[in-house]
Ligand binder design. Structure first.
Ligand code: SF4
Ligand code: SF4
Length: 355
């Protein structure tokens, strides 16, 4: 199969192809999910709902969708030190968009060379595409109870990108699928049990508004106060539900150097991060996915993590943040100081010398 072998030559881990028939059952589920507002502030999900269900609305004449995955697993472990932050594994190294998109475009050019009349578009979560259901339909795995895609031979530590094309299924010789998309979760509930914020409100159903990944990355404003104490030291994303997933025992290290942890990204010192200026933030996170959330959201998250540490050593950094030009950071720093103060009289004295 030329397209699959070319995709593998370009470094993709798996490549699957499926037709673009609209997802009728998925459409209903997506609409219900949106009506319940589980998408939180990700308003674009509602705006593009019809295009997410019907890919022909994204590219006129679309007939097939090629899903490519890229393994990002690097076998490093993080410490549980509350004064050090936890960053999602996928963001330890370089920005995956920069790694995947040029390769998808190369694969697209390969298709155009095979059939110059073909049209196509490439996406890495940059377009209105429900990548996980498409990948499942292409036979690359199933969506687990935590809603991530699981490959039965490799686990779930991979990125997903797609190419939408006008080429018909007949253009590609058939290939045996890895799975038929059916769930192999069985009776396991490990991901549901571990979730600190109870974001997986039922098997296969995620309330994004409660998910730490959403709260630390997508959510633009103040983090709801009732959820802050549950976030621990997670400052960018959360991997807990994937870490406990038994299928990830099949994960193997990625050969991609780009996804190796950058210096300081495994367990950054939270107190140091709290002093980052805008230019320092831009310099430190240049070419990293973390740059996308900007300093404002990162320091908001760091303040919450420092509050959760309940460690008086965090107080000077948080007091420094009380003068930050960003109201969002000041407000979260004040919450963190109060949290530490409530935890012990020593901390209280440090916050307010009158005590
Ligand atoms: S990423 Fe974390 S917060 Fe979100 S569902 Fe998984 S365990 Fe829960
Ligand atoms: S932890 Fe268990 S229930 Fe959750 S996705 Fe993995 S196998 Fe499925």
């Amino acid at each position: 199969m030329q397209v699959v072998s070319e995709g593998k030559r370009l470094g993709f881990t798996t490549v699957g192809i499926t037709t673009v028939d609209p997802f009728q059952e998925w459409g209903g589920q997506l609409q219900t999910w949106l009506q319940r507002e589980y998408q939180g502030a990700m308003a674009w999900m509602g705006r593009n709902a019809d295009r997410r269900i019907d890919i022909a609305k994204v590219l006129a004449g679309a007939r097939t969708i090629i899903t490519c995955t890229l393994n990002y697993y690097t076998p490093h472990t993080q410490t549980d030190d509350p004064l050090r932050g936890r960053i999602s594994r996928y963001a330890w190294g370089d920005d995956y968009h920069d790694v995947m998109l040029p390769r998808l475009k190369e694969l697209l050019d390969f298709l155009f060379a095979l059939d110059p009349s073909a049209e196509g578009l490439a996406y890495v979560d940059t377009g209105p595409v429900m990548e996980k259901p498409w990948a499942a339909r292409a036979g690359l795995g199933w969506q687990g109870k935590h809603t991530n895609l699981i490959d039965p031979q490799r686990g779930s530590w991979f990125f997903i990108g797609e190419i939408i094309t006008t080429l018909s299924q007949e253009f590609y010789p058939s290939q045996p699928p890895l799975t038929k998309g059916r769930s192999l979760c069985g009776k396991c509930t490990a991901c549901i049990d571990i979730c600190p914020t109870r974001a997986i409100i039922a098997p296969y159903l995620l309330d994004a508004r409660r998910c730490i990944s959403y709260l630390t990355i997508e959510h633009p404003g103040p983090i709801p106060e009732d959820l802050r104490p549950l976030m621990g030291n997670h400052i960018y994303g959360c991997d807990l539900c994937q870490e406990v997933c038994p299928w990830n025992r099949f994960a193997t290290p990625t050969p991609e150097q780009a996804f190796q942890p950058r210096e300081g990204n495994l367990n950054p010192a939270l107190i140091d991060l709290m002093y980052l200026t805008d230019p320092e933030f831009n310099h430190r996170f240049q070419g990293s996915p973390i740059k996308r959330i900007k300093r404002r959201r990162l320091l908001r998250n760091v303040a919450v993590a420092l509050g959760n540490s309940k460690n008086p050593r965090a107080i000077p950094a948080l007091q420094h943040a009380l003068n930050d030009p960003e109201l969002l950071i000041r407000e979260h720093a004040a919450w963190a100081l109060e949290t530490i103060a409530q935890h012990g009289s020593l901390a209280l004295q440090l916050v307010d010398p009158r005590v």
